[in-house]
Design a protein. Structure first.
Length: 589
């Protein structure tokens, strides 16, 4: 092989790895986090978990990505170690799909239909379709499909380039002499493990082996140990991912390692013993791309069938490796809800956004509960309830900090348009929920001052604030429920109520000024009433913001800052009808 042949080999490898990355990324984006949500939910039965792991990995084309995701699940408490083991087994089976796709390069026939099955025949067609879709695509879905098609075409072109570059090596005695040394099982396992550990993908490693097989220098006997090593080497990605994670996540990575080591050792011993007894004829035969794909699949199915009944044993082995300490025992039952914001999920934006949405829903409920607790203080003050408002407001600040930081990190990823819009909505919503918490704290402080000064609203003022408070409670319930259920229809009822609350705020202040002029109200009480009114009105404003964000996800033509004036026709008429209903409901009398 001359320098140009070597450059072709390196270039082919680069295209192969890049194509695999692009295709996997396109498939992941097209799934929009749905595959990860399936992994999270459907793991109650070990057999179901295996099938699920195989299916998900076959789609995203990477057992390493699936295992890293599982490490994140266990680290964040979404999944238990026992649930993850079945998926790990299935992931090893699913990753063999790539090698079968690559085996199509070995098709040889003069039949036109069969020749069209060769990637070198249909890949250019896929590339053309992909580039047309990419250049003319408006929707994210078409762009993702274009990425999948182009990624597959580049992957296959890289494979063909590698195969063409190494083909002349079949006539180089020195090269074939090196390969014959791989017949030593231990050396073969070591080489396979090192190659896969370096490129961080067993699928890519097996693909390189398939490309080298065109030299005719590999036999079935020599590639079996290499493939065993490749399965062990792919564990490196999960092991690296588990660094810095909690003990459960590290145990998950070790289960992946033990599964592949035990499977490889048993398979190699069984193969060697049977070969000594029966003298397999195929062991010395030259292996092709399809043969390598078959060995890869047979091993992973064998290892899964062998170890599936011993899931509990693998779990115990992981616990022996990383025992439970006192700190972990003390942490049992103490939930850290922010663990779901795992950095491993950033690689799958759709799922990461889903986790942020789940946490923001909890934040929404907390913000509502904080305001309600603060409002009760005006009816029945207690230091314990006041302290509860303070603690809840601090927790809302923590939600804001953790979610904002994570979403900022997520924003630097390659997001689809739909994901970018969801991220923007979440960022705005989180800010509004945090501000609602601030106003709840203001209300608590006003109630505390009234308690210390022994102030009490007059009968009329008390009635007015009760009506005002009922309207605020109503708008909070509506906006939070609409956010949690993603209900744009319910969100459309928020703005008419917010207009009524604005009217209530003006009317309450007007009536207060009249009482003040007549001497029926003190300055201190007037200041307290004003503080409560201002905070009630501000809470309603934030509820309005939340509703408009939600409506915008359904209709991006809606103007966030001028929603009411942009209404027309039937929408305007419906708005007016709801406004009149709320006006009647919340009259001060």
């Amino acid at each position: 092989m001359d320098i140009f042949g070597f450059l072709s080999l390196i270039g082919g490898l680069a295209l192969f790895l890049y194509g695999m990355n692009v295709m996997g990324g396109g498939l992941e984006k097209l799934s929009g986090g749905k595959l990860e949500r399936l992994l999270e939910k459907l793991t109650s039965n070990p057999l179901k978990a295996v099938l699920l792991g195989a299916g998900v990995t076959a789609v995203i084309q990477s057992s390493s990505a699936t295992t890293v995701m599982l490490v994140g699940f266990v680290n964040s408490g979404i999944m238990k170690l026992s649930q993850a083991i079945g998926i790990i087994m299935g992931a090893n089976i699913g990753t063999t799909i790539t090698s079968w796709l690559l085996s199509l390069t070995g098709i040889q026939s003069d039949n036109l239909f069969i020749k069209m099955l060769k990637p070198s025949s249909f890949s250019p067609i896929l590339a053309i379709i992909g580039i047309i879709l990419l250049m003319g695509a408006v929707s994210d879905k078409k762009k993702n499909i274009a990425e999948i098609l182009l990624g597959f075409a580049v992957l296959m072109f890289g494979m063909e380039t590698m195969s063409g570059a190494v083909k002349p090596l079949a006539d180089v005695p020195e090269f074939t002499g090196i390969l014959t040394k791989f017949s030593n099982p231990l050396l073969g396992v070591l080489v396979g493990a090192l190659l896969t550990a370096v490129i961080q993908s067993s699928s890519a490693s097996v693909g390189i082996l398939q490309a080298l097989s065109v030299t005719g220098a590999f036999t079935y006997g020599s590639v079996i140990p290499i493939i065993m090593g490749q399965n062990i080497g792919t564990c490196v990605t999960a092991m690296i991912s588990a660094v810095g994670a909690n003990k459960g996540a590290r145990r998950t990575a070790f289960v992946h390692l033990y599964f592949n080591i035990i499977g490889s050792v048993v398979f190699l011993i069984l193969y060697s013993v049977l070969n000594m007894i029966f003298q397999f004829d195929f062991a010395d035969e030259t292996v092709g791309v399809a043969g390598i794909a078959a060995i890869h699949s047979i091993f992973n199915v064998f290892a899964t069938l062998l170890l599936l009944p011993f899931i509990k044993g693998l779990e115990k082995l992981a616990y022996l490796t990383i025992p439970v300490d006192k700190e972990e025992e003390a942490a049992v039952g103490r939930e850290d809800q922010f663990k779901v914001l795992d950095e491993r999920f950033l690689a799958t934006p759709g799922f990461a956004i889903e986790q942020c949405m789940s946490l923001t829903r909890k934040m929404a409920e907390l913000a509502k509960d904080t305001v309600f607790t603060a409002m009760k203080l005006f009816r029945e003050y207690s230091p314990e309830a006041a302290r509860q408002v303070e603690l809840q407001e601090e927790l809302l600040d923590k939600y804001d900090d953790k979610l904002s930081r994570y979403l900022t990190q997520l924003g630097s990823q390659n997001l689809a348009e739909r994901e970018g819009q969801a991220l923007s909505t979440l960022m705005h919503s989180i800010n509004d929920f945090e501000r609602i918490g601030d106003h709840a704290l203001n209300l608590m402080e006003t109630a505390e001052k009234m308690q210390k000064k022994e102030l009490e609203f007059s009968k009329k003022a008390k009635h007015e604030m009760e009506v005002f408070g009922a309207a605020v409670a109503d708008i909070l319930n509506r906006s939070v429920e609409a956010f949690i259920k993603n209900d744009a229809e319910l969100a459309s009822t928020v703005e008419p109520l917010e207009e009524v609350i604005d009217d209530l705020n003006k009317e309450v202040k007007k009536r207060h000024i009249k009482r003040l002029r007549k001497g029926k109200c003190t300055i201190d009480l007037g200041m307290a009433l004003t503080e409560v009114s201002v905070n009630y009105e501000r809470v309603a404003d934030h509820c309005s913001n939340l509703a408009v964000y939600l409506i915008q996800t359904e209709d991006n033509t809606v103007e966030a800052h001028d929603y009411v004036s942009s209404l027309s026709g039937e929408t305007r008429e419906r708005f007016q009808q709801m406004y009149e209903v709320f006006q009647e409901q919340y009259q001060l009398s």
